[in-house]
Design a protein around this ligand. Structure first.
Ligand code: AMP
Length: 429
């Protein structure tokens, strides 16, 4: 399908073509036609699938010629709000529709210039939009299109009261709601149910997927216990070759020393090591002379070693795409592998960002004695998401305690017993 076939106004088509978009993405193909008809849309779409254009293009088309605030886009974070507003302005080029942006952490007065000048589309975080409502700076009574972007994250961040408040002020009958979320837990479904009338459901597969055959786990663990947990994992017989990622060079050296002290053969690779040292490290690892390679992000993309059994993120990756590259080091070429990510209290957000990108939750493994969260009944994760299993001792047990496998057919490969066990272990995606 081409953009010209979507019945969008010519200037909108021109704008996206000028941006270099050749064809609409699947989520755009599915969402734009019903949105143009004024239908409500419920979209399951992670970041990177082109969802912004999927809701902004039909909105711009429908609002042509109108004046005053007609569309409100709610986003969970200021970063996303900035990005959405930037994109919306590009898509709106040449139209008479103006895009405003409001988010917390800045002076409320600074928003007033935009608001006074008049905008047709306002992008904002729920807290700040609500602030303006309370101050009487905003009138949502003419809002024809309400967009929720990343609804799951907004609920995770505790924005439900603000969203409720905002909803009460969007009183226009016949309002259209475009509702997007990367994941659909019950809290999101019930909000969608509350807000949407006879919606069209659209869905996009995540743009990024890690290799099929990778089993992924998140280990909640106190920072001070990460090294002990790592050594315990490395001593499992299944861990034949492990690539361990550290966020810093200093950390990589420290981990390498601890692994060596524990009697394992280990090499360390980071940018302070010269090329000869790096090549030697990699070759020793490749040849199976050392079992463990500790590396910083520098090594993330460059390491092409077949048959790495385990990728262990000692530190959660700071950028979610980095996770995909790291995990991509295992299970290459149809093999299977395991990816484990340690998550301290300070890394909860990093793991959430990874899950957001992937579009599903990764199984949690709480190893008794290591996890700060293991003994809490109402921790950051909530009870339903807690898992307490002991470290697998044998191949059989390890098979039985498998995490989420990658790939769409993965769950079909599990035996009923494995599935049963898994249900106790894995939180639904
Ligand atoms: P989003 O999921 O909306 O954050 O979009 C992800 C990225 O894809 C953004 O950088 C967009 O500029 C880009 N994009 C959106 N739609 C298309 C398209 N049809 N073709 C190529 N790139 C696109």
């Amino acid at each position: 399908m081409r953009f010209t076939e979507l019945n969008l106004a010519p200037e909108l088509v021109r704008n996206v073509l000028e941006l270099g978009y050749e064809t609409p993405t699947p989520i755009q193909q599915q969402a734009i036609p019903p949105a143009l008809e004024g239908r409500d849309v419920l979209g399951r779409a992670p970041t990177g699938t082109g969802k912004t254009a999927a809701f902004i293009l039909p909105t711009l088309h429908r609002l042509r010629g109108m004046e005053g605030l007609r569309c409100l886009v709610l986003c969970p974070t200021r970063e996303l709000a900035i990005q959405v507003a930037d994109n919306a302005r590009q898509y709106a080029r040449g139209s008479e529709l103006f895009v405003g942006l409001v988010y917390g952490g800045t002076k409320v007065d600074a928003d007033m210039r935009d608001l006074r000048a008049g905008v047709e589309i306002l992008v904002g975080t729920p807290g700040r939009v609500n602030d303006h409502l309370e101050r009487g700076n905003l009138d949502l009574s003419n809002v024809e299109v309400l967009v929720l972007d990343e609804a799951d994250r907004m609920l995770d961040m505790g924005f439900k009261p603000q969203i409720d408040q905002i909803l009460r002020r969007c009183r226009r009958t016949g309002r259209q709601t475009l509702f997007f979320s990367a994941t659909m837990p019950n809290s999101v479904k019930s909000l969608a149910y509350e807000m949407l009338r006879d919606p069209v459901t659209v869905e996009a597969a995540p743009k990024v997927t890690t290799a099929e055959g990778v089993e992924q786990f998140v280990y909640p663990v106190e920072t001070s216990k990460k090294t002990d947990l790592l050594l315990r994992i490395l001593k499992q017989p299944e861990v034949t070759t492990a690539l361990v990622f550290s966020r810093t060079k200093f950390g990589a050296d420290r981990i390498g020393a601890a692994v060596a002290r524990a009697g394992l053969k280990v090499e360390v690779m980071h940018s302070d090591r010269n090329m000869t040292q790096r090549v030697r490290a990699l070759e020793a690892f490749r040849a199976g002379e050392v079992q463990v390679l500790v590396a910083t992000d520098v090594a993330q993309r460059g390491i092409d070693v077949e048959g790495i059994s385990h990728v262990i993120n000692y530190d959660a990756p700071k950028d979610p795409e980095g996770y995909v590259h790291r995990v991509g080091r295992t299970a290459r070429a149809g093999e299977t592998g395991v990816a484990m990510t340690f998550m301290s209290g300070g890394e909860i957000g990093d793991v959430a960002a990874v899950e957001h990108l992937l579009g599903y939750r990764i199984a949690r493994v709480n190893v008794p004695g290591f996890s700060v969260f293991a003994d809490e009944s109402t921790g950051e994760f909530g009870e339903e998401q807690q898992t307490t299993i002991t470290m697998p001792e044998s191949k059989k047990e390890q098979r039985a305690s498998r995490g989420r496998r990658m790939g769409k057919h993965a769950s079909k490969e599990l035996s009923p017993e494995e599935l049963q066990k898994l249900l106790g272990v894995v939180t639904a995606a």
